[in-house]
Write a protein that binds this ligand. Structure first.
Ligand code: CP
Ligand code: NVA
Length: 304
């Protein structure tokens, strides 16, 4: 079993994983040997703090081990993706990869003989969405009936939230004036619409009126953020999305808690004041990545 996108996971699989994340958080010591002697290979084409650390610490806490592979220092640079993934499978019990392109993740999956986990590509960020559902569950005491409003650009994080929420009874409203090019996914949107749990609007004030959670993410993905060639596009996005910034004025119009996958770009999609406010649960979301990813690892690599 792989975790490339939550689109292919059943509601039962998602719910059981999130519930297991809560259980692991409550009783971490019970799982100290769950993956004893097992190894996770972690391949990164992009930067990371949370994903890398949560997986590495998670493997240690489960009695296993993780290897960090920076793309640029491996022969993935030179070789056929499928071949390298197959070889990696002969050493490791699972592979987690943060790839620039979803299509390359699929190539890895075609070669891998062990479970493959998507650590965030241009289209999806499934581990983030699982941690976010866990955070919603923790706060609300349930998932069913919660209302999450996503504001900003429709990207990898938003896509995975749409897939996750609509499968487990969470209402999700997208206030997303634009889709980040590679994240366009008509199939996902059609499926989400058919559940009746997904709405799209540009009326931010209307959307947040009965929101429980107000979620935002960067307007520019990490691989472009420091790229001087993207300056003009970054400036264009600032013009388009600034009216959708989550700031104190927006917060006064809703009782919703603020969510952010991090890293946050203060002064852009969210203000420093909002990030520092007691209504922001971003650090709890980040912590829950550890617990829910341990649940993912046990589900995919565990022997039961
Ligand atoms: N939210 C998230 O995936 O963070 P990193 O990019 O630091 O892993
Ligand atoms: N949309 C962001 C998510 C970071 C976790 C990016 O791809 O950079």
């Amino acid at each position: 079993m792989d975790l490339l996108t939550l689109k292919t996971w059943t509601p039962e699989e998602i719910l059981a994983t999130v519930e297991e994340g809560l259980e692991v958080k409550a009783h971490p010591r019970r799982y100290g040997e769950a993956l004893k002697g097992q190894t996770l290979a972690m391949l990164f084409q992009k930067t990371s703090t949370r994903t890398r650390c949560a997986f590495e610490v998670g493997m240690t806490q489960l009695g296993g081990h993780a290897i960090y592979l920076d793309w640029r220092s491996t022969n993935f640079l030179l070789a056929d993706l499928k071949d390298e993934a197959q070889v990696l499978s002969r050493y490791a019990d699972g592979i987690m990869a943060r790839m620039l392109k979803h299509e390359d993740l699929r190539q890895l999956a075609a070669g891998a003989e062990v479970p493959l986990i998507n650590g965030c590509c241009d289209r999806y960020h499934p581990c983030q969405a699982l941690g976010d559902l866990m955070t919603v569950w923790e706060i609300q005491g349930k998932l069913d009936g919660a209302h999450l409003v996503y504001v900003g650009i429709r990207n990898n994080v938003c896509n995975s939230l749409i897939a996750a929420c609509t499968k487990v009874g969470v209402r999700i409203t997208a206030v997303t004036p634009e889709v980040n090019g590679p994240s366009e996914d008509a199939e996902l949107v059609a499926e989400a619409r058919s559940t009746g749990l997904f709405e799209e609007t540009l009326d931010l004030n209307g959307a947040i009126r009965d929101a429980d959670f107000l979620y935002t993410d960067t307007w520019v993905d990490m691989e472009f953020f420091l790229d001087p060639e993207q300056e003009a596009e970054k400036e264009r996005r600032v013009q388009v999305f600034t009216p959708y910034q989550i700031n104190a004025k927006v917060l006064r119009r809703t009782r919703a808690l603020v969510m952010h996958c991090l890293p946050a770009h203060k002064g852009y999609e969210v203000t420093a004041e909002v990030m520092a406010s007691p209504r922001c649960v971003a650090v709890d979301q980040a912590e829950n990545r550890l617990h829910v990813q341990k649940a993912v690892l046990m589900r995919l690599l565990g022997n039961e």
